[in-house]
Design a binder for this molecule. Structure first.
Ligand code: HEC
Ligand code: HEC
Length: 386
């Protein structure tokens, strides 16, 4: 090895040590670029003002499944984030609060504890602020914080549990904290994910095809450019020009939902909006039209259909879409280009994507919900247990 080469290897190793990143060079990915390494997830980040306790997680679980956190007490978080549907709602576009239909696909809540930008267009920055948006947003929970609080104070079991966990009667702020604490337990366990087992040294955890797929993912197929790090997302925004979903273009209720959001977000001429403008809704910058946050790629086996509008029902369709270089749109990311993958390579990439899911789905039994009691009995009978 020449002196020059040896020193560049040393520099490279030093960079890996310093940044924990890998460097991809060569014509498959184009310019030299550093990407955060793929690998098992680190421990879940816990915010200082909302520490985890088992009793809080249990309370959050009840609330996650309890429709009384919504306006007409019909719609819980689990209505659209159903454990049996990969913690989404299974539809291409999500159901909405009764009387509405949502305009986007319901995302899984598995691993969302790691995200710094939540929602398809990254509109909120923490699980706590997300839970406020979900309980009160007109298309989701449509609830009023005051009504939710009064309902829970009329349920002795909740009064007892809030006292135990927070030392106070139920309040909306603590509802949000408890739900978020529960969500922080819904994460992939590296011991059950073939790719993670492989990265931890079990070389038999991936088939030869899956290993080929991993190489393609980081090379010829260019996925690593946006799907990187332990969560397989750069948490940045890109326009892939995903095709329209007719479930959206042919449903007036979905269009009402879209125009409503555009109006609320202050889009001028919102009546002319005829598609999901993505990040533009948050920034109002033309460059951001059609950009969405790169989603994580873990647990995909349980979370079909895919993309912000659920237009692809299988991972084969997703791979074909990328192989063509994405869709057609003036604003499409320059990172998207035809890949020229062979049938065999597409298969290998698919097998690799499958290795990112837990071998068994992450399941939680729906809990039995506590009953109302008439006041002042509710608070009094909770006190009996003191
Ligand atoms: C009527 C359906 C519906 C209900 C009810 C609902 N959600 Fe959602 N949820 C969605 C949809 C649709 C999205 C994506 C919305 C978007 O991007 O604009 C979403 C997104 C999320 C995300 C973001 C995940 C990510 O990858 O960024 C989290 C977390 C979440 N919901 C949690 C909750 C919680 C907690 C509740 C209950 C308090 C709840 N949701 C209630 C439909 C729903
Ligand atoms: C230019 C950045 C970029 C590149 C390159 C890229 N992706 Fe994506 N990926 C995204 C974004 C952004 C979305 C969401 C797009 C949307 O909904 O409009 C997405 C969505 C997906 C989804 C759907 C996930 C879900 O939960 O719905 C899959 C699967 C996926 N990508 C796999 C891949 C694979 C495999 C490759 C390589 C062949 C790849 N991606 C390359 C940015 C990228």
């Amino acid at each position: 090895m020449s002196k020059l080469k040896r020193s560049s290897v040393r520099v490279l190793l030093a960079m890996v040590a310093l940044t924990g990143s890998i460097i991809i060079t060569g014509d498959t990915v184009g310019q030299e670029k550093t990407f955060p390494v793929l690998g098992p997830l680190p421990p879940v980040p816990i915010p200082r003002d909302n520490p985890q306790t088992p009793a809080k997680v249990e309370l959050g679980k009840l609330l996650f499944f309890d429709p009384r956190t919504s306006g007409d007490a019909s719609t819980s978080c689990a209505s659209c984030h159903d454990p049996k549907q990969g913690w989404g709602d299974g539809g291409d576009l999500s159901r909405g609060y009764p009387g509405t239909q949502h305009w986007r696909n319901s995302q899984t809540v598995i691993n969302s504890a790691y995200l710094k930008k939540l929602f398809w267009a990254g509109g909120v920055g923490s699980l706590e602020s997300q839970a406020i948006a979900a309980t009160t947003g007109n298309l989701a929970g449509n609830g009023s914080p005051e009504m939710i609080q009064e309902r829970l104070r009329q349920i002795p079991e909740y009064v007892r549990r809030f006292k135990e966990v927070f030392g106070e009667l139920p309040t909306f702020d603590k509802v949000v904290k408890a739900i978020s604490a529960f969500e922080r337990t819904l994460v992939s366990d590296a011991r059950n994910v073939p790719f993670d087992r492989y990265m931890r040294g079990d070389k038999s955890a991936l088939s030869d095809d899956a290993k080929k797929g991993l190489t393609l993912f980081q090379g010829k197929a260019r996925c690593i450019q946006c799907h990187n790090g332990p969560l397989f997302t750069d948490e940045d925004f890109h326009d892939l020009a995903v095709p329209n979903n007719t479930a959206f273009t042919e449903d007036p209720l979905r269009q009402i939902a879209m125009r409503f959001v555009a109006k609320v977000k202050g889009v001028p001429n919102y009546m002319k909006v005829d598609r999901d403008l993505g990040l533009f809704l948050e920034t109002k910058r033309n460059d951001d039209i059609g950009k969405f946050r790169t989603p994580p790629l873990r647990e995909l086996q349980y979370t079909a259909p895919y993309m912000h509008n659920g237009v692809f029902f299988t991972l084969e369709e997703v791979i074909d879409f990328y192989n063509k270089g994405g869709g057609n749109d003036a604003n499409k990311s320059p990172l998207m280009m035809p890949l020229g993958l062979t049938a065999e390579e597409k298969k290998a990439l698919l097998v690799f994507l499958e290795s990112l899911s837990s071998t068994e789905p992450i399941m939680v039994e729906a809990p039995v919900l506590p009953e109302y009691e008439t006041s002042p009995g509710a608070i009094r009978s909770a006190k009996k247990g003191d």
